[in-house]
Design a protein around this ligand. Sequence first.
Ligand SMILES: [Mg+2]
Length: 418
Amino acid sequence: MFLCADLDAFFVSVEQALNPYLIGKPVIVGGSPKERGVVASASYEARKFGINSGMPTAQAYRLCPGAVFLRGNFGYYRWYSRRFYEIMSSFSPDIIMASIDEAYVNIKGTRRLFGPPLVLAQKMKTDVQIKLNIPVSIGIARTKVFSKIACDQSKPNGLLIIPPEKEIKFLAPFKVSVMPGIGPKHIYILKNLNINTIDQLLKTPDWVLNTALGSYAKIIKFFIYGGDFNSYDRMKSISRETTLPEDTISKELIYGLFLYLIERGCTTLREKRLRAKTLTVKIRFSDFKTISKRIRMPSNNAQQTIFEYGARILENLLQEKKRVRLIGIALSGFQYDGLQPSMFRVKEERLNQLNYALDRVRDKFGFNSLYPASTHSLKKRHCYSSYGSDARMVGRHSYTAKKDEKLLTNNDTGCDAL
Ligand SMILES: [Mg+2]
């Protein structure tokens, strides 16, 4: 979970904290209205007159001649910003300062220390109030994008949480302008198409959006469906590889590990709401000869499907009939996982539901709380601690997915027959 904390009307709030005479008055930081400056920050009292950041101070003066105009003091603002950062750091080590008065705080794993997110956020607000005497707004959600939207909507001095299962429901009634990165030009074009709210946007066919918004169409949908800043543009591939504790020719073990690596990769894909179009399989033999092969597949993030494609390559690579030392996979060619209605693809939709349910269980009880029967051999024989300690196969429980349970039973019957 991410928490977005943003100080309200920052420059003005600092001025008010330093000079209580300014509290409750329309205050504008940005210089004298006689000069050619712009409003850098306006108090909420000034905003009631229609004054916004970025507006020429001369215009602001016409709207509200009684406002207090201040030149501002950047040295003070920097000092307050540093204190703000320090307060955030006392709650989590993982902080990104998005600007001088705005921070994203990763609050994963803070529950033991600070309680549930709501309690943590209240503590944080009190801390900021006591130490800085500045109001702060806080939004909490699964992604940075949603936490930012929640924070904006909670202003001033607010606190808002979007539960992960209610993201779309929460967003639907809002104007499209709440989305990050959307420009006045986009809003204008959408307005002409009579698309004003997120709900209307989601009901619009992709081709219309692509024509209207160009490359931004993909990004806005990516964000709405839970994609986050940084994950779309920057990440090029997800790879997982593991060196076996001993070189092996056991197909059971090789395929088991192979499926395990694909599952790990797919879990990351789904976490980032991505699908992959390319799979690379890599194998290193005991003589250190390394081969890798790459194929394209229909874009997806289901380990069951990707394994089917991968197994064909793996079989090919194993023609060498040598002991295997290392197995690796890489997923690339990303697309956002739009969860488009797949009326014609029932199987895909089922896998999708199964896998997201699987992720939720693993999130709660650990990755190995559920595993396919075909990776059971890994658990039975080995306990990996080599690179990719993430391949440690010590499960506390041994539930298997239903489909695999059937496989297991079939195998058992097979053994009985022998
Ligand atoms: Mg701010």
